[in-house]
Design a protein around this ligand. Structure first.
Ligand code: PMP
Length: 352
């Protein structure tokens, strides 16, 4: 059982109950939470928000299909990553497993929490090395195996059957971070694995496709026992009223997001084609996300050149397997045109 892998004091912890936990219905007079009675905002901001973001979670079920009993929200998915590590891994004793290269925060949060990180390199073709992951699970017994799909910074979605094989093999929690899933039209969510495997947990975010990076809303989709543990340790009001309203507004305007998705996918195709023209671009990696990873002849020089032109990309060259690579987010058509113009100028100056 997955509860057996949690830190024992978390299981027995008596958590804080907020005023909004003790009473959640409607009342005429609220004198229970020491708030200021005066609503200067004229929009209810003098009151604490719903600690469980129930309305937003119901809307998430309606639009995304993740059942309310399987969700808890975080202040971004980053907060959820941190909370999962704190629930499962004992500082100074336990470890978590990640594949490299991947999103940097799994490692940083683990290290902040005094938890060792086992690095399993991706294969040369940037796929999951299933055999190596399985033998690390056998050898090190990590409390969490993180899988990022589509992976940041490579952009690649992993085959759901491969993810299932790892999650079935791993006796502890397997977290599949699907922050970029909405950009992959043929994506199959690991959420589908949850019904047969209570050790699966999926992360989603409002920061990418839903265009709400500033609002800080992440979603954890997991079995009720994991959801219960997160609710035990989370700060009661971790998702603000403004964020909850932003999320509801976004989900109510799903058509707008869909239209922008089509644009992003079209622009990604255009950039993939255009990048091929430049002699300094050596490789364009396959991407299922809203960014492209490219290998260039001199990433540090190109990064600085673009920065001087006011164009900021991400230099991923220090990551294992990724020497001389830049990660480039797909922007608006105008932004992408500026990038291509800068590439054109660079080409002229290097060729002449
Ligand atoms: N997971 C991945 C793979 C990411 O790339 C990011 C942010 N770049 C996050 C999680 C964090 O997202 P959030 O804004 O929801 O904290």
């Amino acid at each position: 059982m997955i509860a057996d892998y949690m830190r024992s004091h978390i299981l027995s912890l008596e958590s804080y109950t907020s005023a909004r936990d003790e009473f959640s219905g409607y009342a005429e007079v609220y004198l229970d939470a020491n708030e200021n009675w005066k609503d200067f905002s004229l929009s209810g901001k003098n009151r604490y928000p719903d600690p469980h973001a129930s309305e937003l979670r119901r809307k998430i079920e309606e639009v995304m299909g993740f059942r309310v009993e399987n969700t808890v929200l975080g202040n971004g998915s980053d907060e959820l990553i941190d909370m999962l590590i704190r629930i499962f891994a004992e500082p100074g004793k336990d470890c978590v497993l990640i594949e490299r290269p991947t999103y940097g925060e799994y490692k940083v949060f683990a290290e902040i929490n005094g938890v060792e990180v086992i690095n399993v390199p991706l294969t040369d073709s940037l796929e999951l090395d299933v055999d190596a992951i399985k033998s690390s699970i056998d050898e090190k017994s990590p409390k969490i195996v993180f899988i990022c799909s589509p992976n940041n910074p490579t952009g690649r979605s992993y085959d759901i059957d491969v993810i299932r094989e790892i999650a079935d093999y791993n006796p502890s929690l397997t977290v599949i971070d699907e922050a970029y899933a909405d950009f992959d039209p043929s994506f199959v969510s690991a959420y589908t694995l949850l019904k047969d495997n209570e050790r699966v947990a999926v992360l989603r975010t409002f920061s990418k496709y839903w265009a709400l990076a500033a609002s800080r809303i992440g979603i954890l989709i997991a079995s009720p026992v994991v959801i219960k543990a997160v609710n035990k340790i989370k700060a009661p009001y971790n998702v603000s009223l403004s964020a909850q309203r932003d999320g509801l507004e976004a989900l109510g305007n799903a058509d707008g997001r869909k239209a922008v998705l089509e644009e992003i996918l079209g622009e990604k195709k255009r950039l993939e084609g255009e990048f091929g023209r430049f002699s300094f671009v050596e490789k364009i990696y396959r991407s299922d996300a809203n960014f492209l990873l490219i290998k260039v002849s001199d990433a540090d020089a190109l990064y600085l050149y673009l920065m001087k032109k006011g164009i900021i990309v991400r230099n991923r060259s220090r990551e294992p397997l990724l020497s001389n690579t830049l990660r480039i987010t797909i922007g608006s058509k105008e932004e992408n045109d500026k990038l291509l113009e800068a590439f054109d100028e660079r080409e002229k100056s290097t060729v002449s």
